[in-house]
Ligand binder design. Sequence first.
Ligand SMILES: NC(=O)c1ccc[n+]([C@@H]2O[C@H](COP(=O)([O-])OP(=O)(O)OC[C@H]3O[C@@H](n4cnc5c(N)ncnc54)[C@H](OP(=O)(O)O)[C@@H]3O)[C@@H](O)[C@H]2O)c1
Length: 330
Amino acid sequence: MAKMKAVQVVEANGPLEVVERDVPEPPEGHVLIKVQACGICHSDSLTKEGLWPGLQFPRVLGHEIAGVEDWQQGQRVGVGWHGGIAATARIAVTATSCFARRRSSQASATTAATRNTWSRRRKRWRASPTISPTSMPPRFFARASPRSTHCATAARAGDVVAVLGIGGLGHLGVQFARKMGFETVAIARGQDKAPLAKQLGAHHYIDSESQNVAEALQALGGARVILATATSGKAMSATIGGLGLNGKLIMVGVSDEPVEVPITQFIMGRNSVQGWPSGTAADSQDTLAFSALSGVRPMIEEYPLSRAAEAYDRMMSGKARFRVVLMPGK
Ligand SMILES: NC(=O)c1ccc[n+]([C@@H]2O[C@H](COP(=O)([O-])OP(=O)(O)OC[C@H]3O[C@@H](n4cnc5c(N)ncnc54)[C@H](OP(=O)(O)O)[C@@H]3O)[C@@H](O)[C@H]2O)c1
């Protein structure tokens, strides 16, 4: 049996360790992918720390994959969170495992790095060499989430759209909001990220430590959308007073803390709150096409597979600018 290197966690909250494993045999309906790059997302902490119900250990982490597989020799493909078109997030977690040199993926969850070129004969998307493998993983997950949330709202060009939390997801959310024509507001803790947020396209920056976020948003006319990528329910609650008429808070960041909703404001302002899971393979496809068209690019830090533990800690420290990506080939 052919072998490969993989990074696994033996038990909930255990350390990440590099091990040798059998190359998986893809079952019916799956494809075998040679992993070129895999992003480390904050959501990987749900798996590593055993916070997701029903996980079995030892397990290999990871769900932001770029690689090549055998639909067509050398074709570059990517996989995001979902285990398939109709898959639930729960299935997605059980299906993820890409901190490895190879992984088997459900074909319906797999996206080709292409710009909307559909092959009728092969019934799949044709590959394009325009997007590098290292910048693909964050697009599949970190990108598909913020872009599909922006798409799913009724916001129009010129509306105030705020992004709370400028990390792996948020730095892409800001770029998408700007490129989609919104008046873009970045909200983060402290002044440290202000210059970068402006560089990413934010028209305005709100420092949640020194400013009242809700008042600052109201001074801009009120937000039509607040995309909350921060890992804090309290920080999300603090933005709610900043919603404008028909404004919506979209919760993408995961937190145990509940979000408090002021009922009268919600009635009078026709406000709403919505949770949002990552996009489907089709969303990833659209996201890649839009990124190639508009020039949205992730800022990444690359690590070899052998330094996966360090790379994970770097992501958790909040110091990464902005997405940590593992490179199994290095
Ligand atoms: N729903 C989905 O589809 C989906 C997809 C991907 C990820 N997620 C979730 O989304 C969250 C973000 O993921 P990520 O990979 O972008 O994580 P990340 O790179 O660690 O970024 C999280 C950001 O949230 C900020 N933050 C935390 N608490 C804050 C607060 N009180 N006020 C302002 N900012 C705060 C952090 O800022 P500091 O630098 O100041 O700490 C950091 O920049 C995670 O909970 C992840 O599990 C959800």
